[in-house]
Design a protein around this ligand. Sequence first.
Ligand code: GLN
Length: 545
Amino acid sequence: MARYIFVAGGVMSGIGKGVATASIGKILQSKGFRVTAVKIDPYVNVDAGTMNPIEHGEVFVTADGTECDQDVGNYERFIDENLSTNNYITTGRVYEAVIRRERNLEYGGKCVEVVPHIPEEVIARIKKAARLTRADFVLIEIGGTVGEYQNSLFLEAARMMRLNSPQNVLFVLITYLPIPGIIGEMKTKPTQQAVRWLNMAGIQPDMILARSVVPLDLPRKKKISVFCSVAKEDVISAPDVKSIYEVPLNFEKDSMGDRILKKFGLRAKHKGDLRDWKKLSKTIKTVKNSVKIGIVGKYFETGKFTLTDSYISVIEAVKHACWFNKRKPEIHWLSSEVYEKNPRLLKELKDYDGIIVPGGFGSRGIEGKIKAIEFCRKNKIPYFGLCLGMQLAVIEFARHVCGLRKANSAEFAPNGKENVIDVMPDQDVLLKEKKYGGTMRLGEYQCRIKPNTLAFKAYGASSILERHRHRYEVNNAFRSALEKRGMVMSGLNPERDLVEIAELKEHPFFLGTQFHPEFKSRPTKPHPLFREFIKAASRSRGKLS
Ligand code: GLN
């Protein structure tokens, strides 16, 4: 029998609700329970695939090819489980299903109403996730903050679930306690207001996760307890921390896991000391030698804050690999457009131990990225290309080594004669019909690895599964020309004979993947390719400058 823990936010957004939800999962898992997590996003988009990552953050891709919110990535990284389409709910998905059912006369002539039919669909989806994962605990994160019009139907679903099975449903409110500079004191009033909003939705929180710059003191806990009708032991301190991987350790300082279990009348199956994460946390705090990685992108002008969200899985994968190699990650954002305007600036790349060109869409900044890749190839700077970063490495090699001066991708030169990267025929049809949503080559596909290659050395396996999100591919008509001049196609998809990995020899590390390895990296299990890339980058430290 599954238990359900709803997590909703109060006061303001952006306070780490996803990480908090993932952390609760990690804690319960460490106590011997099976855990899964569901993200509910209130927007009408059916999935995150059609959203701009600068506005909404990274589009995370699950093994089954669901394009979802970045929080699902956090869940996977924390609980170390592969999630699926069942772990992701949006208003769009819910309405789409209800309307389809209505059109099929499945409501038997009834008037289909927003309440109860929409919350009922939400509940059915949450229960399906529980059933399919056979989880003891299902964590459900409700996007947005309480008091918003948008997510009220999801709160309604939570209320109805609690009504039907009060002993199996728990409600956690995560709030923020500001310390206004002029007052210099932590204020609880916004939290009290947030609880009122929740009460208006018919829900009383069982626990309050109190985010703030510093830990909560006892007077503050008592005050929240009195005003919000929550035991002071259930007001959990959630101060700012340097690394997100410390969050579960911090919650456990207030015994959050045991408090939750007690409310359900359960006991820990084992002690759950989070030993591996304590070790990781120690490494994070103590590593001294840094490795400097540059990420070349077009999103420079949007500010660091947005970038961190748009590329979260890449950043986390770099960090995991750095910690494994006992290195301190130092990540810098480099604007490709700057290199287009002023190629002399390319020499700054020599100050970096490794360069990444991550995934992307559209032609802006492309030529600058190609210039940066050329510089890395010629100057033996470790290079790792992810999806678009691989396609551009192939274009660069075709132009400057194979003499195909017009080499390009059909994405940027639809009528190009030397498109070494071409649109996949099935994708071409979809694009012409404007069928954009959820139609890319998505999710896990098999890849065979050639022996005696960098890829084989990293994976130590001849067949792997990796996650994809793209419409374009290496054009097989040019494959032999590329191979003849030394590009090694070290990973191939067996069903469609598509190039999945391309690499170069006689270079410390030069490799690109058509897939997105970053989605499979986990904090204590770095992805093999990131691990090898960082290893090569650590070796090159100081050699070039
Ligand atoms: N725009 C490229 C494609 O669609 C690369 C996609 C990506 O980097 N995710 O194939």
